[in-house]
Write a protein that binds this ligand. Structure first.
Ligand code: ATP
Ligand code: MG
Length: 444
């Protein structure tokens, strides 16, 4: 992409309404625009980031054996009356009446709808297990939408739902999602710690929240320090094998959110390993048994001919919140620092002398080579001064900058800068391109 053809409305001033770094930087980098409290447009740069996050989530769901589908944003109220949650959900639910005076709602989550889908097609234990997910916008009329996309009212979520014959089988589905989440967040460069959590309005008795440690996080959390740097299981995990030991490794050490925190158990953690911190919830997994299948009569026939409500779990990832969470975890005073896997463009090309023939030709050559290498470059071919190009490139946080100007070219070199470390090297154009090609991997 060329800056001259792109839509990149970056801001020079720091917006006063933004209280935390990620919100400020998303506005300054021209990623989002607020349309109403907690409701955002995703401008082109932000939309690319959102799509990259979504794609990693999708790949890891698929790898874990979940099957993608799509449910609507608008749901009929009847389903929620069946489960008993229509009144219980309270003011967070956006209620809508259509022209026939039918009660509808903008879905805050989809347990009821998927339970209804399941019961209309699946009747026998032979069809189990089933693990389905979608990535869809949700609406929750939060009392205090804030921190930009981190606590929005309209937000993008991946939500998966599992159906199993009994509790033991349901735990295997739970473990699949648990391990998939560790890999998902690791691919995004995030250290997400699974912590025991309360189940809230979803209900049930087993739940973990995946938490990124950050001072600006809204949750108070307590955990064993060793959990923070524990490596993810990796993409070679056999999801059809026994995942329990991998899960146990993470759940043996103390980690809990404020709501279920047990001070006595925490005191048993050696003092130098005790971490009490703040965090951002990027995902949550629940096993809730027959909480919805029982009232909604989602039954399956077992081998002995008896009928039982199906055992269920649900598994959410805050896709749009993660855009903010990554920036919270990875920025400096100059701007965002994207991990390679999430970066909206992997390389920024800076033309130091727009209009100079040799510089233009070298930039074009680099641009073509990087496009061919799949590195999706953003070429700043604008008439801005070099200083303005530098600061804008730092602000939008592309992992690599390729800086090309007449002085270097005379000596046969271009400059390459790594955004994260600030390290610069002068190399021939060919060597610089080779270096960039070698970085085009999404690490875990
Ligand atoms: P929170 O405690 O932050 O309100 P929640 O526990 O109500 O979140 P879940 O029902 O677990 O949320 O939803 C799954 C995921 O969706 C969360 O882990 C979070 O990442 C994301 N999420 C929830 N509410 C919001 C919101 N208002 N804005 C953006 N993302 C959200
Ligand atoms: Mg939650």
């Amino acid at each position: 992409m060329r800056v001259s053809k792109y839509f990149l409305p970056t801001l020079k001033e720091t917006p006063s309404e933004a209280q935390i770094a990620s919100h400020r930087l998303m506005l300054r980098a021209g990623m989002v625009r607020q349309e109403a409290a907690g409701i955002y447009s995703w401008l082109p740069l932000g939309f690319k980031v959102l799509q990259n996050i979504e794609q990693i989530v999708r790949e890891e769901q698929n790898r874990a054996g979940a099957v993608e589908m799509l449910m609507p944003t608008i749901q009929p109220a009847e389903l929620w009356k069946e489960s008993g949650r229509y009144d219980a959900y309270g003011k967070e639910m956006l209620r809508i009446t259509d022209r026939h005076k039918r009660e509808m709602l903008y879905g805050p989550t989809n347990e009821e709808m998927l339970t209804a889908i399941f019961r209309s097609f699946c009747r026998s234990y032979k069809e189990l297990p089933k693990l389905l997910y979608h990535i869809q916008w949700k609406f929750r009329d939060e009392v205090r939408p804030r921190f930009g996309v981190m606590r929005g009212r309209e937000f993008l979520m991946k939500d998966a739902y599992s159906f199993d014959v009994d509790e033991a089988a349901a735990r295997r589905s739970y473990n699949r999602m648990f391990i998939a989440y560790l890999n998902t967040f690791a691919r995004m460069g995030l250290k997400a710690v699974p912590m025991r959590a309360e189940t809230g309005p979803i209900g049930g008795d087993l739940s973990h929240e995946f938490i990124i440690l950050a001072d600006t996080g809204e949750s108070a959390v307590f955990c064993h320090k060793d959990l923070v740097d524990m490596p993810a299981p990796g993409l070679g995990v056999d999801f059809d094998g026994d995942l329990q030991p991998l899960v146990d490794e993470r759940t043996a050490l103390y980690a809990a959110t404020e709501d279920v925190h047990d001070e006595a158990a925490f005191m048993e953690v050696p003092e130098d390993k005790r971490l009490s911190a703040r965090g951002i919830e990027v995902g949550q997994v629940f096993y809730f048994g027959t909480k919805y299948s029982e009232p909604m009569r989602a039954n399956v026939t077992l081998a002995d001919g008896s009928e039982q409500p199906v055992h269920m779990g649900s598994y959410g990832v805050g896709v749009s919140r993660i855009a903010g969470a990554i920036i919270e975890a990875s920025h400096d005073e100059d701007g965002i620092i994207w991990p390679m896997a999430i970066a909206p463009f992997k390389v920024g090309i800076i033309n130091l002398r727009q209009g100079d023939e040799a510089t233009g030709a070298a930039c074009e050559e680099a641009y073509t080579a990087l496009v061919e290498a799949g590195l999706d470059p953003l070429y700043d071919d604008s008439d801005n001064r070099a200083g303005a190009k530098f600061s804008r490139m730092d602000l939008i946080g592309l992992p690599w900058q390729l800086i090309i100007g007449p002085r270097g070219l005379k000596e046969g070199t271009v400059e390459i800068k790594e955004r994260a470390s600030g390290e610069r090297q002068n190399l021939s154009l060919e060597a610089a391109l080779n270096l960039l090609r070698s970085k085009n991997v999404s690490a875990i």
